[in-house]
Write a protein that binds this ligand. Structure first.
Ligand code: AHG
Ligand code: MN
Ligand code: MN
Ligand code: MN
Length: 333
């Protein structure tokens, strides 16, 4: 009988981050400890999403005017508690909290974490994939940790990632040296490296956008998506895929290529997605995987958010597909 081969040299997320950190002599190990707190939050949410299908939490609304589902609220609390008690965080920004959270002295660290504890939550009752999105800045030199440490361009982020909760929990992470994917092994409670060095194809065949907003799009945006649906003779139209959870739509785009977009429109001049904890982390990951992310005319990572819940338009994905958008926006600018 052939013996099942047991892997005994497991590359966990923690080990992989430590390996990366060892390449930087000055590294203190603080980032690994901080990422352990993030991992705890993701494991907690993964467990509760599985048990979820919990209804609305008394119709509370968050600062973006959205119904907070019970899971939005408890996911938010687990991340805040895990990050605060890590002792590595100075400032936190969450989609579910109106103001930035400044960690009290004694527990204050040197990192700022911006996060969307539960992305795609309107889909939770339908069993569609949801996720957590996060980005990390180091506090500015000499700063004690204030809101100024997070109202910065995304290009100053040092870590970005998401965890998608579906049939399994998939963490996708960059520490500025490429993108790696990890799958939660529930038996041992560890995220295991399963998708090393994720690279997005230079061009795809899928577009992902909420066409229900098409009536309000700019001419450039209309012309772009029309060109995908009615290509020149001899070219095939792109396929349409839209899940409505940014984490799921971006995950598919990173793996299969193509373009994901939440454009500005006449109703929402900055689109819907929030700069700090949705657009920046996803743009950072996309660029690290060899893709591009623009607002239309500008690199997303060069945007400077005016407030912690500012929004910006986003087109992200395969380099050549995003460059087609850029050409059209320039033509109409
Ligand atoms: P969240 O659930 O964190 O509020 O985010 C929802 C976002 C994002 O996940 C998704 O891409 C977008 O909302 C979908 O918006 P539409 O339903 O307007 O297409
Ligand atoms: Mn929301
Ligand atoms: Mn979101
Ligand atoms: Mn959310």
């Amino acid at each position: 009988m052939n013996e099942e081969k047991v892997t005994t040299d497991i590359i966990t997320l923690t080990r992989h981050v430590l390996d990366e950190q060892r390449k930087h002599k000055e590294a203190s190990g603080d980032l690994s400890l901080l990422l352990n707190a993030v991992q705890l939050g993701c494991k907690f949410v993964a467990t509760n999403v599985r048990k979820a299908r919990i209804g609305l939490a008394g119709g509370a609304q968050n600062v973006s005017g959205e119904d907070q589902k019970k899971l939005d609220v408890i996911s938010n609390e687990i991340f805040i508690n895990a990050l605060r008690s890590s002792g590595k965080v100075a400032v936190m920004v969450s989609e579910e909290d109106e103001d930035a959270i400044i960690v009290e002295e004694g527990l204050k660290g040197k990192y700022c974490v911006v996060f969307d504890p539960l992305d795609g939550s309107s889909n939770i009752d339908a069993g569609v994939n949801v996720g957590t999105i996060f980005g990390i800045y180091r506090v500015n030199e000499g700063s004690a940790g204030t809101i100024k440490d997070v109202l910065r361009p995304g290009r100053e982020m040092i870590v970005a990632g998401y965890c998608m909760y579906g049939s399994s929990a998939n963490m996708v992470l960059t520490v500025g040296n490429g993108v790696n994917g990890y799958t939660l092994d529930n038996a041992i409670g560890e995220f295991i490296l399963t998708h090393p060095n994720i690279r997005i194809p230079s061009r795809g065949k899928i577009y992902s956008v909420n066409e229900g907003n098409a009536k309000y799009w700019s001419e450039a945006c209309q012309e772009y998506f029309h060109s995908l649906k009615f290509p020149p003779e001899g070219k095939n139209p792109y396929s349409a895929r839209y899940i409505g959870s940014m984490v799921a739509d971006v995950h598919r785009t990173l793996l299969y290529g193509g373009i994901f977009a939440y454009p500005a429109d006449k109703k929402s001049k900055n689109g819907k997605l929030r700069v700090l904890y949705e657009c920046f982390p996803m743009a950072f990951l996309t660029e690290q995987a060899g893709g591009k992310a623009i607002t239309g005319l500008e690199r997303v990572l060069d945007v400077v958010p005016e407030s912690i819940h500012s929004r910006c338009p986003i087109f992200l994905g395969s380099k050549e597909d995003v460059e087609d958008v850029e050409r059209l926006y320039k033509k109409y600018s």
